[in-house]
Write a protein that binds this ligand. Structure first.
Ligand code: SAH
Ligand code: SF4
Ligand code: F3S
Length: 466
């Protein structure tokens, strides 16, 4: 994949900065989506700062309001329209600039609705994120509304400024897009086809992050374990680091980084080399996120997930054999079209067998333009909710059971800061992403320390410094 020359975009950053000079302007950003969306917001924030805006959490104080949207589920639309309704008053009162970006802006019918019914200055999409400065410049200079959406896949962009939200843990996007077309999912339509960043660029970014003192990184992509697959097949990957397993091994060598996480992998791409790399790399978390979606082979087929219930369970067993102390987290959708009681019980069965550490549960949401939206056998709302509640009940019975296994054990954790719920305590996470709170000196923030777990409290563990 050709890298784009962004010299032109960087010049626009400077042009807007000159216009803004001495005005003490502020921006407010709301991130509505997943970790990739959050990482995009960090780049948008980086650009906003380079253009002379400083961040505020108070929307009324902002001169520039940015919404970074998501469209994975239906309720996102109502939420955005609600926000746009509110910010209209601010615009009328003080001329606030409104910019809307992200996945939802790749949906034509949404952009039409915004154009017809709401106030805005700039609309940009997932493939035009880097053009935000140019679009903003044109909106300011010409006092015109700018809509800048590309339907074709965006190029790989390197070198944008970034303002990270945290100073201990950082995210690094390693690939964009998705080729899987799960039949319920909008992502392939709004993020385009899979394309991987060059390993050298990723490693350089991680090295820079490590130099700045970050201790934990999360490698991000919609399907991280197919990193470089398309490029390998096309023969366009120049580097020897041409797979996810090799990338993990390289990142593991970077000094200063103590913990490596990644999300999301796809069960179908868990080749042996990836399993071995997780096993061998001491810094790579042994909590594997393995999105199940459904436990029923029939539903999995209809979802186009390309694995069966048995294959999923076999993969779990194989990883348990290969990787000492491996644990799993997952995503599950209930109420996919055609899901019968029997299908749903298959999902419960897998949950009972795997005893996931963490489950992200979703009620199936119809997405315009996806194959599942056109399926005739949609599940009634009340059944979806009833199944969701049953899954939640099962999950909440598993949590204390899993938690009890931690009591008395020693856990190495990265201290993240003060506990949000009780500032007498510090907080961190185990390798398996369990929150642990404990009493300790704030000097420990940003360090890896050993903790003995003394009790469990459903959503967190309590520990004592060893
Ligand atoms: N690429 C990742 C994550 C995709 S989005 C993966 O494949 O795992 C995160 C989760 O949202 C998905 O795993 C899925 O569980 C859920 N999701 C996606 N589309 C959905 C829909 N239409 N309705 C409900 N949940 C959905
Ligand atoms: Fe969506 Fe499936 Fe791609 Fe994940 S793998 S982003 S669920 S299409
Ligand atoms: Fe949402 Fe886009 Fe992420 S649709 S879940 S923000 S990739």
């Amino acid at each position: 994949m050709e890298k784009k020359d962004i010299q032109n975009e960087l010049e626009y950053l400077e042009k807007v900065r000159k216009i803004n000079e001495g005005k003490n302007l502020k921006y407010y950003i709301l991130t509505m989506g997943c970790q990739l969306n959050e990482n995009d917001s960090e780049k948008i924030s980086g650009m906003a700062q380079s253009m002379g805006y400083s961040q505020t959490d108070n929307i009324s104080a902002a001169d520039l309001v940015i919404y970074n949207t998501c469209c994975i589920r239906e309720n996102a639309e109502e939420r955005l329209f609600g926000k746009l309704g509110e910010v209209k008053k601010l615009k009328a009162a003080k001329g606030t600039i409104i910019a809307i970006g992200g996945c939802m802006m790749q949906e034509k019918h949404i952009v039409e609705k915004i154009k017809n019914s709401y106030k805005y200055d700039v609309i940009f999409g997932t493939h035009t994120l880097h053009k935000f400065p140019e679009d903003l410049y044109n909106a300011i200079i010409n006092n015109k509304k700018i809509t800048d959406i590309l339907d074709i896949d965006g190029e790989i962009i390197e070198g944008l400024p970034i303002k990270r939200d945290d100073n201990i843990r950082a995210s690094v996007t390693i690939m964009n897009g998705c080729n899987n077309f799960c039949t319920y999912c909008i992502v392939p339509y709004v993020r385009g086809r899979e394309r991987s960043r060059e390993p050298e660029d990723i490693l350089k970014e991680v090295q820079d992050i490590a130099k700045k003192g970050y201790k934990e990184i999360t490698l991000l992509g919609q399907n991280v374990n197919s990193y470089m697959r398309v490029e390998r097949e096309k023969g366009t990957c120049q580097s020897e680091i041409n797979s996810f397993a090799k990338l993990l091994r390289e990142v593991n060598k970077i000094e200063g980084i103590e913990k490596i996480r990644f999300t999301s992998p796809h069960p179908k791409d868990f080749t042996d080399d990836v399993i071995e790399a997780i096993r061998d790399c001491d810094k790579v978390s042994k909590l594997v996120h393995l999105p199940l979606q459904s436990g029923s082979t029939n539903i999995l087929k209809s979802m186009n997930r390309v694995y069966t219930k048995e294959q999923y369970l076999n993969l779990v067993d194989k990883m348990k054999k290969e990787i000492p102390n491996v644990k799993f987290s997952t995503d599950i959708i209930v109420g996919f079209p055609g899901e019968t009681e029997e299908d749903f019980e298959d999902t419960l069965d897998v949950v009972k067998k795997v005893e996931f550490e963490q489950i992200f549960m979703f009620i199936y949401s119809r997405r315009k333009g996806t194959p599942a939206d056109k399926m005739k056998n949609q599940v009634p709302e009340e059944i979806k909710h009833e199944r969701f509640d049953r899954l939640k009940e099962l999950y909440e019975a598993i949590i204390p059971k899993n938690n009890k296994e931690y009591i008395g054990t020693n856990q190495e954790i990265l201290v993240e800061g003060y506990s949000k719920t009780n500032n007498e305590y510090l907080t961190g996470r185990t390798d398996t992403n369990k929150v642990v709170i404990f009493k300790g000196n704030p000097d420990l923030i940003g360090k890896m320390i050993n903790i003995q777990v003394v009790s469990e409290h459903m959503w967190y563990l309590k520990g004592e410094i060893k």
